[in-house]
Design a protein around this ligand. Structure first.
Ligand code: DAT
Ligand code: MG
Length: 137
């Protein structure tokens, strides 16, 4: 069993897509192990996206993710990390295939609706940045 961190980013929340997005993970057979709505702090955002520090889009990324509440979730299941990223679709929504979350609901790379951890190490780090152990069931 794997665990991964999912974010329904502020654009997904504003577009009233929380339910649709979480439903896709549930329909796939993955389980929701933790779920909450939060306004991310700048420090939390910078830690979450630390691998992108120094890139030209880093400032915009931090501004965007802290601009309004988002939904964070721990999603659990067999191959959860890869399964979530497959359901999310390619980073750039214009490359994401129809049927994927980004392929269906997003148009621009700066506002691509959803996040999924990309490795077990990243998942552990990212989950700890958003959840206390007792919040995960
Ligand atoms: P992913 O979210 O698919 O793991 P990533 O880790 O490469 O993609 O990038 C993190 C986020 O940063 C991504 O969801 C959107 C934003 N981003 C990535 N590349 C970008 C670019 N070239 N211009 C603007 N935003 C970008
Ligand atoms: Mg990433």
């Amino acid at each position: 069993m794997e665990q991964t961190l999912v974010l329904v980013k502020p654009d997904g929340v504003k577009k009233n897509l929380i339910g649709d997005i979480i439903a896709r993970f549930e329909h796939k057979g993955l389980q929701v192990a933790a779920l909450k709505l939060v306004k991310v702090t700048e420090a939390q955002a910078k830690f979450h996206y630390a691998e992108h520090e120094g890139k030209p889009f880093f400032g915009e990324l931090v501004d965007f993710i802290t601009s309004a509440p988002l939904v964070c979730a721990v999603i659990r299941g067999e191959n959860a990390i890869k399964a979530v990223r497959q359901l999310n679709g390619a980073t750039n929504p214009i490359e994401a295939v129809p049927g994927s979350i980004r392929g269906d609901f997003a148009l621009s790379i700066g506002e691509n609706i959803v996040h999924g951890s990309d490795s077990p190490e990243a998942a552990e780090r990212e989950i700890n940045n958003f959840f206390a152990p007792e919040e995960i069931y």
